[in-house]
Design a protein around this ligand. Structure first.
Ligand code: MV4
Length: 459
């Protein structure tokens, strides 16, 4: 039914989608900015069309240009990947009204779950645990202070239009709260054009554990277990794995059921992610739903054996899921490291430039999703992730040892990367014992010797 797909993205995810389409016998049309003319997704797609200058705002974020390209290419569907227009309900709606299938949930669903206060309310009504907090957005700092005092400090102030950690503030008492509230509002207006805020009780050092879900148009839905994404730095995930070393069978079952309740409450179709925070006692709370395919989807693919991009396309075609919950299990342990062009010894600043020499790891149990190659120039215009290394095996130890081996094989010359930093984390006993919470990287850096990071980048 879907004969041709326009891929409204770049980098490794564009390539990932080209590959899934090839195997399904679907034609592909790439779009690219002037900075990406030499990109692999452009070279490997059946067709490619330039949509503007390097800046994302003038190319990959331009719905009008992408829809023009879709018309020129006579495509049936658009896959938005992650970032850019993937969670833009207006773009999804424009696709719908142009009779182009948006490979993702309905625009209404994107809008509903994009409002993080509304998402909280929606899933809470269905019986999914949420963190004690405000009922909807708060008018002003006076009303907000009252709510914060009722919940008890510390509290976290979040933007209704936020998500992913942008524009969040933590307040430890009523005195600092008003100031934090006002600065969060200014930041939210600036970042999202929407200053609405809500508050939640602040959980200290939780684990970030998310459930992958798939739902078809016929009311069938499954969860594909969890990903533990606790290892993050400044709201950027660094390492993800599935299964989580923290969950047992019982907790996984209960969280999986809650994830399906949330999916049902959202009236969701396609691939989605239900994010939870989990405290040290194993209490779990919904925080938000991501209505897109995520960077870390590959760990779920390797743990379950299910190709999520193909499933997204099958679902968007109107097909029924080919399996039920009892057919799904986390039969392997999979782990992902995000390789970034950055310099850890200089505060992880981006390190764009030409990759002079490139050789990726391989061998048994290693998957590399990357658009990089020798001679490729990493552009300063986009995020610094140049590769995802995913290793997998029967046990967590096998996957971790395999990751260290794989990272040791990586040859990247000409730019700085975080490869050696990742290797140091992989060797860290706390990480190896599965003790990482969302505070892990900060704590890890604090307890390392002062000159540790100086050794973490070399050309
Ligand atoms: C929280 C939290 C603690 N308590 N909510 C960060 C990403 C976004 N998806 C939600 N996030 C958090 N929400 C409550 N009620 C902790 C985080 C969080 C975090 C917060 C501040 C600084 C770094 C963080 C890293 C991971 C998670």
């Amino acid at each position: 039914m879907i004969r041709k797909i326009l891929i409204a993205n770049r980098g490794e995810i564009a390539l990932r989608i080209v590959r899934a389409c090839r195997e399904l016998g679907i034609q592909t049309m790439a779009v690219y900015s002037e900075a990406d003319e030499q990109s692999l997704h452009v070279q490997l797609a059946d067709e490619a069309i330039c949509i503007g200058p390097a800046s994302g705002a003038e190319s990959y974020l331009r719905a009008d240009r992408i829809l023009s390209a879709a018309e020129i290419g006579d495509v049936d569907a658009i896959h938005p990947g992650y970032g850019f227009l993937s969670e833009n309900s207006e773009f999804a709606e424009q696709c719908e009204s142009c009779n182009i299938i948006f490979i993702g949930p309905r625009s209404e669903t994107i809008m509903k779950m994009g409002d993080k206060a509304k998402a909280r309310e929606t899933v809470a009504k269905a019986g999914v645990p949420i963190i004690p907090g405000s009922d909807g957005p708060l008018e002003n700092e006076h009303a907000a202070t009252k709510v914060a005092q009722k919940i008890g400090f510390p509290v976290i102030i979040k933007a209704v239009a936020g998500g992913g950690g942008r524009g969040m503030r933590i307040a430890h008492n009523a005195v600092t709260f008003a100031k934090e509230f006002q600065s969060a509002r200014l930041e939210a207006v600036k970042a999202f054009g929407n200053g609405e805020l809500y508050v939640e009780k602040y959980l200290e050092s939780p684990r970030h554990i998310e459930f992958q879900v798939l739902a078809d148009m016929h009311g069938n839905m499954v969860h594909l277990g969890e990903r533990d994404c606790s290892v993050q730095r400044r709201h950027q995930k660094v390492i993800e794995e599935s299964p989580s070393p923290f969950l047992d069978k019982n907790l996984r079952n209960r969280m999986g059921k809650a994830a399906l309740k949330a999916t049902q409450a959202a009236d969701y179709v396609n691939a989605g992610t239900i994010e939870f925070l989990v405290d040290a006692k194993g209490n779990f709370y919904f925080i938000e739903m991501n209505t897109r395919i995520q960077v870390e989807h590959a760990v779920t693919e390797e743990a379950t054996g299910i190709d999520l991009i193909k499933e997204q396309i099958q679902i968007a075609s109107g097909n029924r899921l080919g399996f039920t919950q009892k057919d799904i299990s986390l039969t392997k342990h999979a782990i992902e490291c995000r390789i970034c062009a950055e310099n850890p010894s200089k505060g992880f600043i981006p390190s764009p430039g030409e990759i002079e020499l490139y050789s990726a790891p391989g061998g048994h149990g290693v998957r590399v999703d990357s658009h990089a190659y020798g001679g490729y120039t990493v552009s300063p215009y986009y995020d610094s992730m140049i590769s995802k290394v995913i290793t997998f095996g029967r046990t967590r130890k096998i996957a971790l040892d395999r990751m260290y081996r794989a990272l040791s094989e990586y040859l990247i010359r000409g730019i700085d990367t975080n490869v050696d930093f990742l290797k140091a984390v992989l060797m860290d006993p706390a990480f190896r014992q599965g003790e990482a919470t969302t505070s892990y990287i900060e704590e890890f850096l604090a307890r390392m010797p002062k000159d540790f990071l100086d050794k973490q980048s070399k050309d």
